[in-house]
Design a protein around this ligand. Structure first.
Ligand SMILES: [Zn+2]
Length: 208
């Protein structure tokens, strides 16, 4: 599986991550350890099935490791009647987890591209966002990964990705600042080089 970009540097490949994957029983035991570390008793009634539930939730939270975003994008349509204007998907809700604290990052993504002959089903863009979100992430990397995947597979004239998110490691702990969100963007091709294109995109997503 090549769902991690080769340019990602020190990231382990999905294959080696799989090779060291613990059993479900080991994962549940680890949750019981964390419950004890938090100061509670994993054998009390309300917590007895918690490790099982947490491990199951992890299957959903981190489903992205089993998905290949480039594969998701590979079904494209070429019959576009010459449509070559901007395609924008706004307000894509996502849930991710910060790789430093393993707490939620919750936000919205805005994705745009300028097609060059090929377009992709709009639901695929949302699935690509989810495939990268459902991993341990940092927002900056996730923003670049989404843009690069679209750029590599669709080979459009440009790609723009903006992500705005709240990080619970900032809002629920540490500096405890609620209502603070972080905005990151990656602009490629025409979105980077042509101020008109960038302005049009920012106006469409209401950020001009
Ligand atoms: Zn964090």
């Amino acid at each position: 599986m090549s769902n991690l970009r080769k340019s990602g540097g020190s990231e382990p490949s999905a294959v080696s991550a799989e090779a060291v994957r613990p059993s479900r029983a080991e994962a549940e035991a680890a949750v019981r350890t964390l419950i004890r570390w938090a100061g509670d008793d994993p054998t009390r009634e309300g917590l007895q099935r918690t490790p099982e539930r947490v491990v199951k939730s992890y299957g959903e939270f981190f489903q992205g490791y089993t998905q290949d975003p480039e594969e998701i994008l590979r079904t494209t349509f070429e019959e576009t009647e010459g449509y070559d204007e901007m395609v924008v998907l706004k307000d894509i809700d996502f849930h991710s987890h910060c790789e430093h604290h393993m707490v939620p990052i919750i936000g919205k993504a805005y994705v745009a591209y300028l097609p060059d002959k090929r377009v992709v089903g709009i639901s695929k863009l949302a699935r690509v966002v989810a495939a990268y979100a459902r991993r341990l992430q940092i927002q900056e990397k996730m923003t670049a990964q989404i843009a690069n995947a679209i750029n590599d597979v669709l080979k459009p004239r440009g790609v723009a990705v903006i992500i705005e998110a709240e990080h619970q490691c900032m809002t629920s702990r540490g500096v405890n600042k609620s209502g603070v969100s972080m905005v990151t963007s990656t602009m490629l091709g025409a979105f980077r080089d042509d101020p008109m294109t960038r302005r049009e995109f920012l106006a469409i997503v209401g950020r001009s």
